[in-house]
Design a binder for this molecule. Structure first.
Ligand code: PEP
Ligand code: MG
Length: 557
């Protein structure tokens, strides 16, 4: 570390807010065992039982802790207990023990096999490797008669720092004692991130050099900026934490609708997946639905849903928001969301393959049936949903889609997720009534970085100035044509970025409904001019960190 890094470490911000306190670290883990000694044949059965008993005990302890936890914490503990009882894993270790491995060595080797497989599968599976290694460490500690590894219970409010945190480490944490989570590894969808969101404590992942910060070091964590300041001025650090608490109170009191302090409107909308999530979203201060991901309801369907089945689903969502704006997205099948009833074929690069609107060339009946169902649900509920297509790359594709949608009396739009669509936003907007920017995929395709990769967290950050430049092009095209330009990727859940987006000219912000109040409260505290200044300042930077800093400074005036 050079001097400057010693003062401030940076990572990927996951949950906003500030915390100040000493660093605590999880207890030492046992080193993975790779012994080469052979267990005599007559002792192998006993060794087998020792392994099964240890795995069973670890699973039972995790279940016991789950019974004292609730919500996501309980779910992750139960899922980890399931890994300790996984038949495939136990079978793989059992085979090794039968051929002479010690139980501890077999647990390690079987975990390595599964970890390699999970890593190869990538995405969410790769992020489960931490959970699997956690189970191994607990089982090996048990076999060696050592204490179970894990997080100590701090005696004062502390910042938990680790390489990565397994569910069993994070579930059941007391947010009064563990006031922030910071990890060296992990991505925005890792368990650490999920638990931090549930506990409502700041969280930063992918912080390089974190292992060089010893336990006991006083740190100020800024989960919005993604910074960890080492040994800051105690008074200033406490003042920063108090200020962030006041902001949290403003958020708690915010009830919509979305506008800047000087009255410039920007609708705050919800992303939903079905009737249940739509009804749940109405409990938040949102003005409608900005993205209804229809494919999520059909991930397990072996057969294509009938028009009647789909009509029922769409009707539920339209009814939940009776008369308010609802933007329905046609099936975004393929890549990370393959549908069994769509013949995706074998693709070397599914993210660049036949996904989203592109499946229509092979299966025109799927999109036609879906549009018929949306139109039927619209008639039954007396509403006029907006309908948009995912993965549009050209103005021709937008025109073809718009003709189908308008032919059914609906409002037509497309998503801007591919850089070509951003570059040609003017021609695309000439064909449709609105666009909505999917910043998750737009970032992935602009930066050529897999959105599921934990290693590429810096590149898959929507604050990348190249991504902001493309959003700016789309927003400018929206201003010229007077047509709405929404954002419906997770970027819209980041309060600071939301101000930049509004400053760029974005007209609505749609994301997980739980983010709505934080976004609305932040926007309500700044003027449109300040948002514009923040947008210009962020656009002029060369990195996500610099863009965040520049936007923060510009908004502070
Ligand atoms: C996006 O890509 O930003 C988006 C909203 O679509 P999804 O996350 O469903 O791909
Ligand atoms: Mg997308």
């Amino acid at each position: 570390m050079n001097d400057q890094q010693a003062q401030e470490l940076r990572g990927t911000p996951v949950v906003g807010g500030k915390a100040y306190g000493p660093v605590v670290r999880p207890g030492e883990r046992v080193a993975p065992v790779h012994d080469t000694a052979t267990i005599p044949e007559d002792a192998r059965e006993a060794e087998q039982s020792r392994f099964v008993d240890a795995a069973g005990l670890v699973a039972a302890r995790l279940r016991e802790r789950a019974s004292h936890a609730s919500g996501a914490a309980a779910e992750v503990l139960i899922a980890t207990a399931g890994l300790a009882e996984d038949r495939g894993w136990i079978g793989a270790a059992g085979k090794l023990i039968s051929s002479g491995s010690s139980a501890a060595s077999a647990a390690t080797a079987a975990t390595d096999q599964f970890a390699a497989l999970f890593t190869k599968l990538g995405g969410l599976m790769a992020e489960r490797v931490t959970d699997l290694n956690d189970v191994r460490d607990r089982v090996v500690a048990e076999l060696l008669g050592q204490p179970e590894p894990g997080v100590p219970v701090p005696t004062e409010p502390s910042v938990l720092c680790a390489d990565d945190l397994a569910p069993a480490d994070t579930a059941g944490l007391d947010p009064k004692l563990v006031t922030a989570l910071v990890t060296r590894l992990g991505g925005p969808t890792s368990h650490t991130a999920i638990i931090a969101r549930q506990l409502g404590i700041p969280c930063i992942v992918a912080v390089a050099d974190l292992d060089e910060v010893p336990a006991g070091t006083l740190v100020l964590v800024d989960g919005t900026a993604g910074t960890v300041v080492l040994e800051p001025d105690p008074e200033q650090a406490q003042a920063a934490v108090d200020e962030s608490r006041r902001e949290a109170e403003l958020v708690a009191g915010w009830s919509g609708p979305g506008h800047t302090a000087d009255g410039h409107e920007a609708a705050i909308l919800a992303n939903v997946a079905d009737g249940v999530s739509a009804r749940a979203a109405t409990a938040y201060p949102v003005e409608g639905v900005g993205l209804f991901r229809t494919e999520l309801a059909f991930l397990d369907s072996a057969e294509a849903p009938t028009v009647a089945e789909q009509t029922e689903l769409y009707r539920e969502v339209l009814e939940a928001f009776g008369g308010k704006k609802v933007v329905v997205r046609t099936l975004d099948a393929g890549s990370d969301k393959p549908l069994k009833f769509v013949d995706h074929g074998t693709e070397a690069n599914p993210a660049l393959g036949v996904r989203g609107n592109r499946i229509t060339a092979r299966h025109p009946e799927i999109r036609a049936g879906q549009l018929d169902a949306i139109a039927a649900a619209a008639r039954e509920t007396g509403s006029t949903p907006w309908v948009m297509a995912p993965m549009i790359a050209s103005a021709d594709e937008a025109a073809e889609f718009a003709a189908q949608v308008r032919g059914r009396g609906l409002v037509a739009g497309v998503m801007v997720e591919i850089p070509s669509a951003a570059i040609l936003a003017s021609s695309i907007l000439a064909e449709v009534d609105f666009v909505s920017i999917g910043t998750n995929d737009l970032t992935q395709y602009t930066m050529a970085a897999d959105r599921m990769s934990a290693d590429l967290a810096e590149l898959t950050d929507p604050w990348q100035p190249a991504v902001l430049a493309l959003i700016s092009m789309v927003a400018e095209a929206g201003k010229r044509t007077g047509k709405p330009v929404g954002v419906c990727g997770e970027a819209a859940a980041d309060p600071l970025l939301a101000c930049v987006l509004v400053g760029l000219g974005v007209t609505s912000l749609s994301s997980a409904p739980a983010a709505s109040a934080a976004v609305g409260a932040k926007l309500g505290g700044v003027t449109l001019d300040a948002c514009r200044a923040a947008a210009s300042a962020a656009l002029a930077t060369a990195s996500p960190a610099a863009a965040r800093e520049a936007a923060t400074a510009a908004l502070a005036g």
